[in-house]
Design a protein around this ligand. Sequence first.
Ligand code: 6PG
Length: 472
Amino acid sequence: MGKGHFGLIGLGVMGENLVLNAERNGFSSVVYNRTAQKTDDFLAGLGAGKQISAAYSLQEFVDKLEKPRRILMMIKAGQPIDDTIASIAPYLEEGDLLIDGGNSLFKDTERRVAELESMSFGYIGMGVSGGAKGALEGPSMMPGGTRQAYDAIESLVSKMAAQVEDGPCVTYIGPGGSGHFVKTVHNGIEYGVEQILAEAYDLMKRGAGLNGSQMADVLGQWNSTEELSSYLVEITEVCLRTKDPEDGGDLVEKIVDVAGQKGTGLWTVISALELGVAVPTIYESVNARVLSSLHGERQKAETVLHGPGATALELGSPIDGMAPLQDACVLSCIASYAQGIALIEEASRVYNYELNIAAIAQIWKGGCIIRARLLKRIQEAYNNNSELANLMLDPWFAEQIQRRLPGLRQTVIEATRAGIPVPCFAASLSYIDSYRTARLPQNLVQAMRDCFGSHTYKRLDKGGDFHTEWLP
Ligand code: 6PG
């Protein structure tokens, strides 16, 4: 094998699968891993008989690659990225390109792009979504950095990415850390949809008494509709249908109810707070994971703090797909997407990223964890009107909200009546209700602020800032 077209650092599951993907698409590859044993194992196993060679030092790795070098790092985010950059930089030459394919904090990527570009290297922060299977078969990729750096990897990533009817699921996202920012928000939406489906499960189980197979059948029905057909609904059906081989019971019931998180949901919320964008559905999905972690406390609290108890809830029948619950899922997913998109748009404005929502929706249609048929509608909405103030104002989405709002409302009422927590459904309902309310009660908040702190207020009937001596 001559010089490799592509280099990979980090042979974790994602790294292994991405290099197999690149090789399958005609890019001979060189791999390097911090521990040599891992490299040997890979080349003796999945990498055997392929146009993939090993390097055991960074110098050897760089030497084995054709110029300009295209090197993908699939390693832990944070300090390991900076350490790897510092170790490899002495061997790189002008025009060589490093790509960080992990879930890095976008502000770190922003800094690294500036640093590496000032050294005449290219640097791309690329969100990669799709899990292990996506990495192998075709992920969705969100690369950010300079246009020139992207042009140098376009032929590679456009072949590696998932393909949908209107092209590969990769596009130039924008400058600096924009690729990792968009991936972070993708994950925020992912958290939202996961929690929405978990709430639907809880209501079907505790509020309607369905078992795993019955719930899976409902999910199967939902997955055949345009509004809910998606990867996450598909895998939820699979999870609910899976039995524990030990006793044949529903496996999901054996799993500890504590959800972990690696940070991207949190970062989405932090960014939203910093940028002043409301993302209540996504925020509640993070809160739900945090509350779930109080496992011991919850066991105790259940014996002390009593609720109404679940009764037979009016959520429709499984035969008709639990219609109100289905409405709740559709609108809460729409709310999740609407909030994520609003956040991306504000970041684009504040950080000058010039992000294109229709193009982002296009690359989320395949390969990634939040892929869904709904994304075609989102793409169309922003193709029709790139200035759309909020996804919910697009005619197709507005009609969905009009039609399904009673179902979402009923779901929240029923859940509240039974004392079953539905943080994402309730947050989505309030988000929609707030957004469609011309006069909110924040006039009173302004009055209070002026009363205790002389913060002033504006009037509806005349211009200027006003202050009143409210207290005697
Ligand atoms: C993807 C996923 C992935 C993420 C996991 C775990 O798009 O392929 O978003 O990047 O790391 O889903 O995320 P949490 O552990 O934070 O749930």
